[in-house]
Design a protein around this ligand. Structure first.
Ligand SMILES: Nc1ncnc2c1ncn2[C@@H]1O[C@H](COP(=O)(O)OP(=O)(O)OP(=O)(O)O)[C@@H](O)[C@H]1O
Length: 498
């Protein structure tokens, strides 16, 4: 945590400006801007030996004992007052460096930062508090650095202590705190000064679930009050829930800045592709053996009862492999032009190895008509036709995602206790899910993936992902508005107690 600072409008510069920042900034009226980052770069010096840092001071410019590492490369963006802006990216992509530059705890090598308003930053753990001081002493110190007078400090002290909720540890030196306790206190202090710009770096990840939920509520309240929030997280769900726009950083470069659903979708796709490359070998080996032996259960994460289903030609002909899987050729009833239109749309937003592909998907009502506008709770059929390019063993999964591309409901073979499907090259199969849409009104999309579960830790090899296979809306529930995304049937018993 860094001490909150009162800034009317501050501009910090590196040594020079890059001439042409690669990333465009939005055209925002400058009165609305809380933060502007222009062509910002940071180069670290990497010394081979620790003593070289000292020696470099003696050598001056006469000898270079370090190599340079560009952790951030000409980043530009603007954030409006009251906006919550997300930053995502893999480990080492430069997220913390960027936040530290904005918070003023690091100096840029090049570029410029303009920031307006009182800034409070919750940076990586270990920064900010004095470990020898107790929690109470640190609260007083941080609040006085933030410019609060003794009266205000006294008033807020109890609120901070109550929010942090770490009991007697408040009177212990901070160096004795667990990372969860530390972040509780740091978050409580950071929000207590009512900052106009709040910077949060992944810190919430170390809090327990209850505290994370409390922080999310607080952040939502701060958003409503118009606080500008800069939010770094590996939790794309939290970024999707909080941020309208997001920056995707990779190797110190801004790969994309835009609406969070688009940026998050690209990030997830690239992470999955990288994951695929890493685990491809394992799965090829599994696939080569064609069937999964019982001893594979721990590796695949599939219960012994959930074995691979390889469709024999007789099964394929009868279309009765198991439950809702068929391999007859029902897709022949899908006209070629529909297959072509599906492929054209899907190819805009698909990723995966392509060993097996979704060649057609539809969501229909009981009469077989496509669902574009659904009643609340309506039952639907999701029909997915796949074709293998190589011998593949996989699950056919669907997710229904809201307008932020956050999955709301979905299913896969594991959930359905359905054996994995094995197809030979150019063999096709159909999966039919029947489900209902107990969803709040709004726009939704259907996401389909074909995966091979690799281990018990939810890792999977992605053969095909079609991000948007179908788009539909759910109409408002005529009985009553409900305020959650999904509404499941309840029973209710109300009594007046004597
Ligand atoms: N003080 C430093 N000296 C040298 N290199 C550094 C220093 N701080 C960070 N780096 C390097 O800069 C790159 C970006 O680091 P940074 O911590 O900003 O990434 P990050 O996206 O926040 O990573 P993570 O998600 O793991 O927290 C990394 O390669 C890191 O090793």
């Amino acid at each position: 945590m860094t001490a909150p600072r009162e800034l009317t409008a501050e501009t910090r510069c590196g040594s020079s400006m890059d001439s042409s920042p690669p990333t465009a900034t939005d055209d925002i009226n400058s009165a609305d801007i809380a933060l502007r980052v222009s062509a910002l770069s940071k180069t670290y010096r990497i010394y081979g030996r620790s003593q070289d840092r000292l020696l470099q001071g003696l050598w001056g410019n006469r000898k270079q004992l370090y190599r340079e590492f560009r952790a951030l490369d000409s980043i530009s963006f603007e954030i409006r007052r009251g906006e919550t802006f997300g930053i995502i990216g893999p480990n080492g992509s430069g997220k913390s460096t960027l936040l530290q530059l904005i918070a003023g705890t690091l100096t840029p090598t090049q570029g410029e930062i303009y920031i307006k308003g009182k800034v409070s930053a919750l940076l990586e753990l270990g920064a900010g508090f004095n470990g020898e001081f107790t929690g109470r002493e640190n609260i007083r110190m941080a609040a006085s650095i933030a410019g609060l007078n003794p009266g205000e400090i006294g008033q807020r002290h109890e609120c901070i202590a109550a929010y942090a909720d770490i009991g007697d540890f408040l009177d212990q030196p901070v160096k004795t705190y667990s990372s969860g306790m530390y972040v509780r206190l740091a978050f409580a202090v950071a929000i207590s000064v009512e900052p106009e710009v709040l910077i949060i770096d992944e810190a919430l990840a170390v809090g327990d679930m209850e505290f994370q939920a409390k922080c999310m509520v607080t952040l939502k309240q701060m958003q409503e009050r118009g606080t500008t929030i800069l939010f770094v997280s590996h939790d794309v769900g939290a970024v999707s829930a909080l941020c309208k726009r997001t920056l995707y950083l990779k190797h110190g470069r801004a790969l994309e800045i835009g609406p969070t659903p688009d940026v998050v979708a690209r990030y997830i796709r690239e992470v999955q592709e990288a994951n695929n490359r890493k685990i491809n070998v394992t799965v090829s080996e599994n696939n080569d053996s064609r069937t999964t032996s019982p001893s594979d259960a721990s590796e695949t994460g599939i219960a012994p009862s959930h074995r691979t289903a390889s469709l024999t030609s007789a099964e394929a002909a009868s279309g009765a492999a198991s439950g809702f899987l068929t391999a007859a050729s029902p897709f022949r009833s899908v006209e070629k032009k529909h297959l072509a239109r599906f492929a054209e749309n899907a190819n805009h937003c698909r990723s995966g190895t392509g060993d097996v592909r979704v060649i057609y998907a539809e969501m229909t009502d009981d009469e077989g008509l496509p669902v574009r506008s659904a009643e609340f709770g309506q039952s639907v059929l999701i029909r997915i036709i796949v074709e293998a390019a190589r011998t593949c063993t996989f699950s056919v999964n669907y997710k229904i995602c809201d307008k932020n591309r956050t999955p709301v409901i979905g299913a896969d073979f594991l959930m359905q206790r359905q054996a994995l499907l094995t197809l030979e090259p150019s063999q096709q199969a159909e999966a039919l899910y029947r489900t209902s849409l107990p969803l709040t009104d709004g726009r939704y999309s259907l996401r389909i993936s074909l995966t091979h579960p690799v281990n018990a830790h939810q890792q999977a090899l992605f053969f095909d992902i079609v991000e948007i296979a179908h788009v539909f809306e759910v109409l408002p529930n005529p009985t009553a508005k409900f305020w959650t995304q999904v509404y499941l049937p309840n029973t209710l018993d109300v009594r007046v107690l004597e």
